[in-house]
Write a protein that binds this ligand. Structure first.
Ligand SMILES: Cc1cc2nc3c(=O)[nH]c(=O)nc-3n(C[C@H](O)[C@H](O)[C@H](O)COP(=O)(O)OP(=O)(O)OC[C@H]3O[C@@H](n4cnc5c(N)ncnc54)[C@H](O)[C@@H]3O)c2cc1C
Length: 307
């Protein structure tokens, strides 16, 4: 029996439809999703991650209990999804909420278009208003609805963001919320100069866009971070211990256990080998303590998220 005292799980499935698709630039498409229940979608924003169950080519999405209140409260969507036979189990991919408008029951997700090599990227290229999709996202009525937000600067007042195009939705969302006493630098690598998206933030935030224009993914970020650290006099006088990570076999995801109590905080996300290189530079060469940096491998070149 359901009562008003139930503790809802942090995440639940939402049955949604595409309301609009807007091309932001050569590499980014913004999809606005609408759904009857999106008024209770978790409103934290920042780098809030969500999962999308990508529809099959015929548009179908299997039932994981999105419109079943008992199932949503039991939080059994993952077990239902996992137990589906292969041919009915929609590919699941991870994205960031770029904007939430609870009153309009809408959320925006900015997709990087990287061709038709992956189910998500292929889906977005043909997405049309009315297409159905299930989004696994936070439930604002859950006490744990901030789960899936990694940005945790604590009392830090000097921030550094490093990311490739897949991190642009998260970084731009965060930058738009920063209070004026926090200064920040964001170094963002994108495929083309036209992919530098507008960001509305305050004067203490500096955004540097690096356009690859055919160079290798991540290759512009390492030298840019080196130069940034050198300009600010970050030196390696007390390098932190660093275990090596094989990004072909392990997920590179290292976030501090507790938020910094003062000073500096860095947030780094994107292709895993780039994140690994920047991690090595910040921690080993610049002596930034790992309690001050979140490192997140968002994707791995040559590997599908589904493998
Ligand atoms: C927490 C989190 C938040 C994320 N937020 C976003 C977001 O808001 N927007 C967004 O676009 N992505 C985001 N990503 C990255 C996204 O999940 C991956 O790019 C994902 O692999 C895309 O799935 P797919 O089905 O298109 O490709 P997959 O089936 O996973 O991969 C197929 C092939 O495409 C390659 N590939 C995957 N992504 C890219 C890429 N971006 N460029 C070039 N090649 C690629 C893979 O290496 C593989 O060879 C996020 C990832 C995480 C973990």
């Amino acid at each position: 029996m359901l009562t008003s005292q139930v503790v809802r799980p942090s995440y639940r499935p939402y049955l949604t439809r595409v309301a609009r698709v807007a091309r932001l630039s050569d590499s980014f498409l913004r999809v606005t999703f609408t759904g009857d229940d999106l008024d209770v979608f978790g409103d934290t924003g920042l780098d809030q991650r969500i999962k999308l169950l990508i529809p099959f080519l015929d548009g179908s999405v299997s039932d994981v209990g999105a419109d079943d209140e008992e199932s949503r409260i039991a939080g059994d969507w993952y077990a239902r999804w996992r137990d589906l036979p292969n041919e009915l189990r929609n590919p699941m991919r991870t994205y960031t909420v770029r904007a939430i408008r609870e009153d309009d029951r809408e959320i925006d997700v900015d997709f990087v278009c990287h061709g038709d090599t992956g189910p998500a990227s292929a889906w977005v290229l043909r997405a049309m208003p009315g297409d159905e999709i299930v989004i696994i996202g936070p439930d604002v009525r859950s006490p744990n609805h901030r789960e899936g937000v990694e940005f945790a600067p604590g009392a830090a007042t000097r921030l550094l963001f490093v990311g490739d195009e897949t991190a642009v939705p998260a970084v731009t969302s965060i930058l738009e919320t920063l209070p004026t006493h926090i200064s920040a630098s964001a170094i963002l690598e994108v495929p083309h100069a036209g992919d530098a998206l507008p960001v509305t933030t305050h004067d203490g935030v500096e955004v540097t866009w690096l356009a690859r224009e055919g160079a290798e993914t991540g290759s512009l970020l390492h030298p840019a971070v080196q130069a940034w650290c050198a300009r600010r006099g970050f030196g390696g006088d007390d390098p932190d211990e660093l275990s090596d990570i094989d990004v072909d076999f392990e997920v590179l995801w290292e976030t501090p256990d507790s938020a910094p109590t003062d000073g500096f905080y860095a947030w780094v996300a994107g292709e895993s080998s780039m994140v690994k290189t920047v991690r090595r530079h910040l921690v080993r060469e610049c002596g930034v303590h790992r309690s001050q940096v979140a490192f997140m491998g968002y994707w791995r070149a040559g590997r599908s998220e589904g493998v």
